[in-house]
Design a protein around this ligand. Structure first.
Ligand SMILES: Nc1ncnc2c1ncn2[C@@H]1O[C@H](COP(=O)(O)OP(=O)(O)OP(=O)(O)O)[C@@H](O)[C@H]1O
Ligand SMILES: [Mg+2]
Length: 366
């Protein structure tokens, strides 16, 4: 059968049906297309001939069963005595099936054969529609997910900028004000209090700065993935006391499409957070390579590892980290793998094609 054209009879399909039906019924059988051309026949010499009986019936517009008498056999071209039945699928006549023999004897066989062809085509049609509907649903889901991630990233960027530009500036003014005040108050007790206040505000400023960077580092937009990742890994190493080995294969000036950069950055964040939370690792290796067609990104730790069972338990407990990474990579038509065994560490590997393989619907919806 042709893939997307279930209401047009495919000749290979028709020939297999002819062979099966002819063997089952022990009768000579032909199948014509919607023009009356024989596209399958038990007697293969007849293939490609115009069956004048079928053609006349189809062109008359009066779709009906008909018999071929010995007189018709003489009068019309390429017909044999027998009985012919139109094949109607979803209200459209897509061909004719004919069985050779005494018309009244073979009529039930011809009808049976036509019903069989109809049922097979209708079932194929239903199946194709279901597959199509499923495909459309999956595409829609991807578009929605893409949108959600996009909106979320925009929102993070906005909050990060707000934290940096508004809150950090105000906190800095307060710190300066408190320092000036500390110099003006007389009593040492009051001065100590003001300085303590200044330290609290200073810590709050640090936290606001960290939060802004975590939400969306300006470095990622300004200088790209490599610079932002390097900074993130250095801070991480300092914060958690984990030794990190970075191999970015001389890609320091390289820029990738924004959606690739943000995806890999979020994967770095989630994977390193997982290592700090679960792995008890001492060493982490981060590697980024570019080939002609792909980007290869991997993060390996030497921690305690985990089993598929603990991953299942985590999923049942609504853990979203690994699931989210997988979804993000799938949206860029990439491959996400995670290898781990107990006591032997964990490696997360991501391969993303450099070429934008998403269709226009998704690109134009960004
Ligand atoms: N590097 C790692 N070493 C050891 N175990 C890990 C590592 N990464 C993930 N895991 C295991 O896989 C589970 C699932 O990780 P995932 O990131 O999906 O969820 P989570 O970190 O538990 O929660 P969430 O990310 O939603 O805050 C974790 O609970 C942990 O058991
Ligand atoms: Mg996690």
């Amino acid at each position: 059968m042709k893939k997307d054209n279930y209401h047009v009879l495919d000749s290979t399909f028709a020939q297999s049906l002819t062979n099966i039906i002819a063997a089952e019924l022990n009768q000579n059988i032909i199948i014509c297309d919607h023009h009356g051309i024989i596209i399958a026949a038990f007697d293969r010499k007849r293939i490609s001939q115009v069956h004048e009986g079928a053609a006349n019936m189809l062109y008359s517009g009066n779709i009906r069963e008909f018999s071929i008498s010995p007189a018709d056999e003489k009068r019309l071209k390429n017909v044999r005595r027998g009985y012919d039945v139109p094949i109607v699928v979803e209200g459209r006549c897509i061909g004719v099936i004919g069985v050779t023999g005494e018309p009244e004897e073979v009529a039930p066989y011809a009808r049976l054969a036509a019903r069989f062809v109809q049922a097979t085509l209708e079932s194929n049609s239903r199946q194709q529609k279901l597959v199509q509907a499923l495909k459309e649903k999956e595409e829609l889901q991807s578009i929605l997910l893409y949108k959600i991630i996009d909106v979320q990233e925009e929102e993070r960027k906005k909050i990060s900028r707000e934290l940096h530009d508004e809150i950090s500036q105000s906190l800095t003014s307060i710190i300066v004000g408190l320092r000036v005040l500390s110099e003006q108050v007389c009593g040492s007790k009051e001065q100590k209090f003001v300085l303590e206040m200044r330290d609290v505000v200073s810590k709050t400023l640090d936290n606001a700065h960290r939060l802004a960077v975590e939400l969306r580092p300006a470095l990622l937009d300004d200088l790209g993935l490599v610079a932002a990742a390097q900074r993130y890994i250095e801070n991480y190493s300092r914060q958690y006391g984990i030794t990190t080995d970075i191999n970015f294969s001389g890609l320091s000036r390289e820029r990738f499409r924004p959606e690739i950069e943000i995806t890999l950055y979020r994967i770095l964040q989630e994977t390193l957070t997982n290592i700090a939370k679960h792995a008890q690792a001492a060493n982490v290796k981060v590697s980024l390579k570019k080939t002609r067609r792909e980007i290869h990104f991997s993060i390996t730790d030497d921690g305690i590892g985990f089993t598929p069972k603990s991953l299942r338990t985590a999923c049942e407990n609504s853990s979203l980290g690994i699931y989210g990474m997988r979804e993000r990579v799938a949206l860029l038509a990439g491959k996400f793998t995670i290898q781990s065994s107990e006591g032997a560490g964990t490696t997360v590997t991501v391969v993303i094609p450099l070429q934008d393989t998403r269709d226009n619907t998704i690109s134009s919806n960004q």
